[in-house]
Design a protein. Structure first.
Length: 400
């Protein structure tokens, strides 16, 4: 990377670390808070799915607009929106208001995520996609690992309202750092390129992108189950405290974050698709293992295994997405597709777990998540087969 690109990378990584830490403080506590307000599994699922629904709906628009207008405006406005919404959570006193605020928060996220990821893709050197995306993802995952622990401690010693305030402060810091340190929009490569991005119709016909979409959907459905209902499961079945829940969530995310960079470096030298498939298999095994947990320590081991699988697959999967974005000259649109699959997966996973909690046993939701991941692995394997048949090359070679 040139010096200017390194500055952009550092700014985006810091901003993402900061805002994700703030979000991580609150999100693991939301299901417990809603449950204490009397919410059923269905309403807990709505709190998470409303965020995913609004984000999914607006992602195609903001992703494509960032390919035309530039990345910085959407990043700054979205982060400011996060800060405002975080403070509004303090005034929330019932389940319906939580659902509404999460819906609006999803719109802000739709502005931020594809623009940030596309900006990273824009400045990523060729043949270093895995390493670059691994380093960037690590900053987000470390924030997600620190946030739940901080949230548990804040909740135990202060109040949930204090957690909302912390989320707002962190979001504002991220907004200001992006506003001040990111260069002017007119200097962005996407603006100076003076070329229309590829149409959505063309992207949707790409079999490899379809495979990536299905695989990421399956993985994030499992994440939706873990984040949305593992805290409720831990408290309900084993009476785990807020701090304990924070540690439980933190460990899985932290492991995933720390393996991102080495896995990304390996992905740059090996077949990225094979590493993605291997990570998916590990996630399948870890999700199924939650069916048999008998205490806090068993949940810790299962969640660490889940984090390892997620770290293996995320860096390689996003590296393939960067290659596709570069090939199509539509980095924002491709990253919007990846974030759409993430949103739909989170929404589906939380709804599945909520349904299982109300109708059957909550722990059976984890086995169902394992099945969903297995289907995602099979679909991606088929897509990989067609891609290699079309190109005659594996994804370590310079086909893009």
């Amino acid at each position: 990377m040139i010096r200017q690109d390194k500055k952009i990378f550092a700014t985006l990584s810091f901003s993402m670390f900061t805002v994700v830490t703030g979000v991580g403080i609150v999100v693991p506590l939301l299901p417990v808070y809603a449950h204490d307000l009397g919410a059923s599994g269905f309403y807990i699922a709505l709190i998470f799915s409303s965020f995913s629904f609004s984000r999914t709906f607006f992602l195609p628009y903001f992703g494509r607009r960032s390919d035309i207008m530039g990345r910085k405006p959407y990043i700054v406005i979205g982060l400011f929106g996060y800060a405002v919404i975080s403070m509004a959570f303090v005034q929330s006193t019932d389940v319906r208001s939580l659902i509404g605020l999460r819906f609006v928060q999803g719109i802000a996220s739709a502005m931020i995520m594809p623009a940030v990821q596309a900006y990273i893709g824009d400045i990523t050197p060729k043949n270093h996609e895995g390493k670059t995306m691994g380093l960037f993802n690590m900053s987000a995952f470390i924030g997600l690992s620190i946030g739940p622990l901080m949230g548990g401690v804040i909740n135990d010693y202060f109040s949930l309202e204090s957690s909302f305030v912390c989320m707002g402060v962190f979001s504002l810091i991220a907004c200001l750092s992006s506003l001040i340190f990111l260069p002017s929009t007119k200097t962005e490569k996407v603006v100076s390129r003076d070329r229309e991005p590829v149409a959505w119709k063309t992207l949707l016909k790409d079999r490899m992108l379809a495979g990536l979409f299905a695989f990421r959907f399956a993985h994030t459905a499992c994440i939706g189950i873990i984040w949305g209902f593992l805290p409720v499961f831990a408290k309900k079945e084993f009476a785990v405290s807020g701090s304990g829940i924070g540690v439980l969530v933190m460990l899985g995310v932290m492991v995933s974050g720390f393996v991102q960079t080495p896995m990304g470096m390996i992905a740059d030298r090996r077949d990225k698709s094979l590493m993605t498939l291997a990570g998916g298999v590990v996630v399948c095994i870890s999700m199924f293992s939650f069916e048999w947990v008998k205490g806090f320590s068993d949940m810790v081991y299962a969640n660490i295994l889940f984090g390892m699988g997620g770290g293996m697959l995320t860096a390689s999967l996003m590296a393939i997405a960067v290659q596709k974005g570069r090939q199509t000259k539509s980095m924002g649109s491709v990253m919007a597709m990846m974030t759409m699959s993430q949103s739909l997966g989170m929404m589906t996973g939380s709804l599945i777990a909520g349904w299982m909690m109300d109708i059957f046993e909550l722990r059976q939701a984890f086995s169902l998540g394992s099945l969903v991941m297995l289907i995602g692995v099979i679909i991606f394997f088929i897509s990989r087969h067609y891609e290699q048949k079309r190109t005659g090359l594996c994804l370590t070679e310079k086909i893009f």
